[in-house]
Ligand binder design. Sequence first.
Ligand code: FES
Ligand code: FES
Length: 134
Amino acid sequence: MALYSETVMDHFRHPRNVGVIENADGVGEVGNAKCGDIMKIYLKIDNDTITDAKFETFGCGSAIASSSMATEMIKGKPVSDALAVTNKAVVEALDGLPTHKIHCSVLAEEAIKLALKDYYDRHGIDYDKKVFPD
Ligand code: FES
Ligand code: FES
């Protein structure tokens, strides 16, 4: 069996939503200090809907495929849907990742959550209450 699914290869070779959003409403950056891999996600949010999402990732192919898929999954969706995106959902959408590459998808979940936290912070909304309502 191939190590990487067709979907992973497709998103690695043709990543969607690469780039920067100037005047983003929320930006989230996560990194792993040990290996130096970095993922940055930019969100444009209008009326609690994610109207645009872009990413810059300095990491392996799985991290690039994860960011590409994750941004596709949240574009056009309500903020509440984006908050619910887990790394597991990203891996499933990619038709799987090798076990030793699962951590790369965790970067995508964390970057999205940090970007949403940034958005809430800018609006003076308590992020924890949104993420863990009661
Ligand atoms: Fe750097 Fe996995 S090796 S995030
Ligand atoms: Fe570091 Fe995938 S992001 S190995």
